[in-house]
Design a protein around this ligand. Sequence first.
Ligand code: HEM
Length: 396
Amino acid sequence: MIHPSQGYSTGFDLNDPDTQRDPYPSYRWLREHAPVYRIPGAPMWVLSRHEDISRVLRDHRTFSSNMGIDIPIMSLVMKDPPDHERLRKSLGRAFTPRQIQHLAPRIEMIAETLAAEMDERSEFISAFADPLPITVICEMLGVPTEQRAAMKQWSRDALLASFAAKGFGTPEQLARATRGLEALLAYLDQVIDIHQAQPRDNLISALIAVQREGLLSRDEVRYFCCLLLIAGHETTGNLLGSGMAILAENTELWTRLKTQPEQIPGFVEETVRTRPPLQRIVRRTTCAVEIAGVQLPADALLMLLPGSANRDAGQWSAPDEFALDRDHGGHLGFGAGIHYCLGAPLARLEGRIAFEVLLRRFRTIRLDPERPSMPITGFASGSLGWETLPLCLERG
Ligand code: HEM
């Protein structure tokens, strides 16, 4: 048995921009050489194998989501039962798969409008991948379209604030992010007041109704709206960007999906398996525990890598290959266990509709050879996706 203090000290640096651009060679190295890798100098271990990550996500008693710090906007994500159960049940009443299905016609209209506005040399992230999910979530929350750009910046700041509070990032970044978060919360207060006076048929009114029954506090409604804004747009935007980059490099796949649009849900799922937008999930051990032969103490922090789990050859054959027809069951791109992504049905719906519209509207797409694409790196790079993705498009 390996003792944690022995750890491993070389071969993997999460902060290296090259690793962030393409983490998959490092993930392979980790799975093969150090499946329970100790980050030098930190009480944090990185898990990379499917079996271990799946076990941790499904055992919330031994592996807690509570980091011992209070980040109200992350309250759902960072709570254990019974608090988590109460919140998730109350929120689940306002955010049901049936209500999400009702959004389909509106999502299609938004996607059609955005696609119609794209020209033959569009930058896909700013023209489509970002505005689609932010518009959908703003409409669900009753936030007027004019505030879309501010929402994007505020929600990015709020995300950074939560990272910074977990110890990532500098004090300056924390201060900037906190200012953004405060602006967002103040704005959401106004939106809640308006809906309290005049309920509408939207998510925020449904949440206020749950609050009236005494199941949620006003603060919990506010923080949940904030969480939805953060969770609901950056991840889905990155899914759309990654899917488009895959298609732009694979003409055969583009043609196949054009003629077989019923394969689009499988395409979306395989995109989440091979390039999960959320690349890091954190848990804390509640007691001493052994994982893959490594003894870990209580209060050890675990960084789980769903992107690595999803390419584990122990789980899938030819795991690096993008295969539409494979059985995707068991991928961890949306997590697993009690914290399984609440928005997965919405992300899948947006993904399906977005690619149906794009495949219908455009005859060919390819990466623009004159303008390089820019992957996301840096402070917030727990995300995998594209900052910019310039394309050449042909209508028809
Ligand atoms: C492709 C898009 C998405 C991906 C890859 C994704 C991924 C994830 C993952 C991995 C988790 C689990 C985190 C953990 O276990 O700690 C999670 C949780 C969550 N996601 Fe998503 N997500 C996506 C889209 C969305 C959308 C569109 C929404 C809502 C509008 C959303 C709302 C949430 C919420 C509220 C949680 C917390 C659930 C809980 O703690 O019980 N997500 N997501």
